[in-house]
Design a protein around this ligand. Structure first.
Ligand code: PEP
Ligand code: MN
Length: 457
């Protein structure tokens, strides 16, 4: 067994693991490709293509997540439920970046903590589904599983899984990353110019006065620091952005799993921070097997049916050495169940003294369908779940280190409530998501403001 040096501690390479050892375990939520040869060709092509991120970036993020675990940073993770190939366009990418930057400004200012910004983008193209197939008028076709796999139109051609879509998804992810990196490097995230992040249509938002006050206060602080130091504060001109996605489609993830010169072990170089979805978090399943061998920081979505014992076993399997920054649990219980379901999990991890970064996803436990047929989430439930999460962590002696949100920079009406008090009938006006409902710009900013209020209590 070889081992690597990680500061003072040595972490062992996992026994019996290889990038394809997941194939010996039951792999759920995978498409059935009609042509195994075409799939093998695509994997071969993906193995040769350049990676999307580097091992250095991954290790820097791991360190920052370790600091978030200790309360020295706060994690903001957000983006679409599912990206689509069509939405890979400049305005959508920059609008999403603007919302995340505005939210992080609110958090930095209010929490007095550096914020780790993690996008749910550049690879969020595969979706778990509750059924493998869909029936319409007596016709049964495979479910739409995300643009990596097939297309939403209800025709046999569109729904047949096509492995070539992985190559296209890799290219779309690279274009997204390239644009985000170029914007950031070019000064788009410069704290001296928060006006770059204004979204045209929000001038009369009920929240804009609060936000403008915050921007002015940050501007004053920046100018003050520059006056006394006599120079421009260069590190305010850029902000790091990391990427994450649900690493659901294992043939894709396997092909992007690499060894790199002068580093031990294996990295998933398709993203900085992959997560395992709630439906694939089985201890003995293929996803947990695949994840246990990565050196990336990894996360697992934790739903209301997971027992404390199962949680501890997941922590042991995915982070046997209790490495700082390695493991995050993203709890998504729903506003109605969090007070019952979360405390025993927090207590189990605390009792065993295990390191983990706790992140709250207040979206996925609060999805419902309105009487007029829209899948939605009520802002009041999302807000309740975040607020209750802070309270439960405080009571348990653990720490909420971040939030995970589905949001967009577009002016959509997908979640009800919030500052403009959107109603069920408003949903029809601008409902664009093909999967889960997202917070719009105002609702996102409002969540950032309430996190600040809650954190201060
Ligand atoms: C998601 O994050 O889009 C998702 C499907 O979440 P979960 O696995 O928590 O249900
Ligand atoms: Mn979702």
């Amino acid at each position: 067994m070889s081992a690597g040096d990680r500061g003072l501690q040595t972490v062992a390479l996992p026994v019996g693991w290889a990038p394809d050892s997941w194939r010996t375990r039951p792999a759920t939520q995978q498409p059935v490709y009609p042509d195994a040869g075409a799939l093998a060709d695509v994997q071969q092509e993906l193995r040769r293509l350049p990676p999307l991120v580097t091992s250095w970036e991954i290790l820097v993020l791991k360190k920052q997540l370790a600091e978030a675990q200790e309360g020295r940073r706060f994690v903001l993770q957000g983006g679409d439920c599912a990206e689509s190939f069509d939405d890979c366009e400049s305005a959508q990418i920059s609008n999403r970046l603007k919302v995340l930057l505005q939210m992080s400004l609110v958090l930095v200012h209010g929490l007095r903590l550096p914020v780790v910004r993690v996008g749910r983008f550049a690879g969020q193209y595969a979706k778990p589904r509750s059924a493998d197939s869909e029936e319409r008028d007596g016709v049964s076709l495979p479910s739409y599983r995300g643009d990596f796999i097939n297309q939403p139109a209800f025709t046999a051609e569109a729904r047949t899984p096509d492995p070539r879509r992985m190559v296209k998804g890799h290219a779309r992810s690279a274009m997204t990353m390239n644009f985000v990196r170029a914007l950031i490097d070019g000064g788009f995230a410069d704290l001296h110019h928060p006006e770059y992040w204004d979204l045209g249509w929000v001038g009369h938002s009920p929240l804009s006065a609060d936000y403008a006050r915050m921007v002015a206060a940050v501007g004053d602080a920046v100018r003050f620091m520059e006056t006394i130091s006599g120079e421009s504060l260069h590190n305010l001109e850029r902000a790091d952005f990391y990427t994450s996605h649900e690493a659901l489609l294992l043939p894709y993830e396997e092909a992007l799993t690499r060894q790199v010169p002068r580093q031990w072990g294996w990295f998933n170089l398709s993203t900085h921070f992959p997560w395992i979805g709630m439906r694939t978090a089985d201890l003995d399943g293929a996803h947990v097997e695949y994840f246990r061998g990565l050196r990336n920081p990894v996360a697992v979505k934790v739903g209301p049916s997971l027992t404390p014992d199962q949680l501890l076993r997941l922590a042991e399997r995915l982070n046997p050495d209790d490495e700082p920054g390695r493991l995050a649990f993203i709890h998504r219980m729903g506003a109605a169940r969090i007070a019952d379901k979360l405390p025993p999990l927090l207590e189990a991890m605390r009792r065993e003294g295990r390191r983990v970064l706790w992140i709250c996803d207040p979206m996925h436990g609060n999805t419902e369908t309105t009487s007029n047929g829209y899948k939605t989430r009520r802002f009041a439930n999302i807000r309740d779940e975040v607020e209750t999460a802070f309270e439960l962590h405080a009571a348990a002696g653990t720490r909420l280190g971040g939030v995970h949100l589905e949001l967009t920079g577009e002016n959509v009406t997908e979640c009800t409530g919030g500052a403009r008090d959107l109603t069920d009938t408003d949903l029809g006006r601008a409902y664009r998501s093909t999967v889960d409902p997202r917070l719009n710009y105002e609702q996102s900013l409002e969540i950032a403001m309430l996190i600040v209020r809650k954190h201060a209590q």
